[in-house]
Write a protein that binds this ligand. Sequence first.
Ligand SMILES: C[S@@+](CC[C@H](N)C(=O)[O-])C[C@H]1O[C@@H](n2cnc3c(N)ncnc32)[C@H](O)[C@@H]1O
Length: 277
Amino acid sequence: MSKKLKSLPDLHWFYEASVQNVDNDLDVGTRIFKKHRKRKPLTVREDFCGTAKLAARWVERNKSHEAWGIDFHQPTLDWGIKYNVSKLSDEQRERLHLLCGDVLEAGTVPVDMAFALNFSFCVFKERATLLRYFKRVYEALNNDGLFLLDIYGGTESVMAKSDDVREIPGFKTPEGVKISDFEYIWEQAEYNPITHETLCHIHFKIPGYGPINKAFSYDWRLWTLPELQELLIEACFSKAEVYLHDFNDDGESDEIFRRRTTYENVLGWVAYVVGIK
Ligand SMILES: C[S@@+](CC[C@H](N)C(=O)[O-])C[C@H]1O[C@@H](n2cnc3c(N)ncnc32)[C@H](O)[C@@H]1O
């Protein structure tokens, strides 16, 4: 008799566990905001929010915090409402506002910090569209607001490769399903040097469940740091800054982000680009 297969918990659990570190994002944003503005940021907008993990964490961190999250995919927002929002108190939930809409169109009250993370804006492949998006964000910021986005690069970012494997600590879902440590694999399946278009996939290898191929796929334009800085200035930001990490003894990012104007041309890096209104 065949053994009954366990049903796999929703893939968003695996995505959040392997890709997101919202406390680090919020800490970096807060530190840069305080450096420039000599006050604490209070309001945050998470664009491309997906499961709204960052927005939910922001309202949880302090009772003076308020957050907005925008995503145009209602089922992903619903998953976030079920797992990231429902665990908040009623009072915290009142300070969190999720909108199902297109970031190119949606309007929110002005905020202190806007985030567009995990390279989500790379879905915009046309320069004019990315500029339009940056202008929308500019309008959605307070007069002393900051916009933080992230981008990856390095000599290996512009080639097809599938050997980027990380071991991710296991976790337990609220339904009590225990997941052992699992593998996250980042594949750059295609890269076109003429357009900088790239097709990437996230695969997982999960003990007890096997390989989950193409759990998430991304059809992007890989924007460069100078393009992003120039577009931010064109969108009326007064300054655009780049923050980059160093490497620990294992060759991994040390996750400490400092402002840089020069950087060694290493194999791979992830930068925060900050538009200062
Ligand atoms: C890579 S996920 C990002 C999830 C999460 N915020 C993170 O940082 O990892 C990209 C999300 O962007 C959303 N998205 C893509 N284009 C969008 C648009 N034009 N307006 C709003 N949401 C969009 C998708 O529905 C998806 O949930």
